[in-house]
Write a protein that binds this ligand. Structure first.
Ligand SMILES: [Zn+2]
Length: 144
């Protein structure tokens, strides 16, 4: 690749700031229900394969990520309106499991931290939500 195509910025994979990042083409395979990329896609020369694989993975799973979030929100809101705590807890459990299965942060977070740290952050949040939800579910079932 020509020197002129090197750009400064943050690698989308490792989140490090470098002056010699590779600008990557925006492929159709990166487009999903939740589009991760509007700004230029760039990565360290040794991380472009990781960036590519990550974007394809997010795009391929994006409809399931969205579906899990919608189901979780509907359960939490529906359970809240019906006043049924066990449904609220089940919705939280779906949310936590969804985050653990699809540990993807917002595009802004990924741009700021890099995909590696964004995935770690999502997993921590996913564990916290799942543990809280499981505790809430156990409590509502045992207290009933
Ligand atoms: Zn990198």
């Amino acid at each position: 690749m020509e020197r002129g195509e090197d750009i400064a910025g943050r690698c989308l994979w490792c989140g490090q700031v470098h002056d010699d990042l590779r600008a990557m083409p925006h492929l159709r395979a990166y487009e999903g229900v939740v589009v991760p990329t509007h700004a230029p896609i760039r990565g360290c020369p040794e991380h472009t394969e990781h960036v590519h694989a990550y974007l394809v993975r997010v795009a391929r799973n994006s409809r399931w990520t969205l579906l899990a979030s919608v189901v979780a929100v509907l359960l939490v809101i529906g359970g809240g309106m019906a006043g049924v705590d066990v449904v609220i807890a089940a919705g939280m459990l779906v949310l936590g499991a969804g985050i653990l299965r699809f540990p993807y942060c917002s595009p802004e977070t990924v741009r700021r931290l890099g995909a590696v740290r964004a995935i770690q952050l999502a997993r921590i949040i996913g564990v916290a939500v799942t543990v809280t939800a499981a505790g809430g579910l156990a409590y509502t079932i045992l207290a009933a």
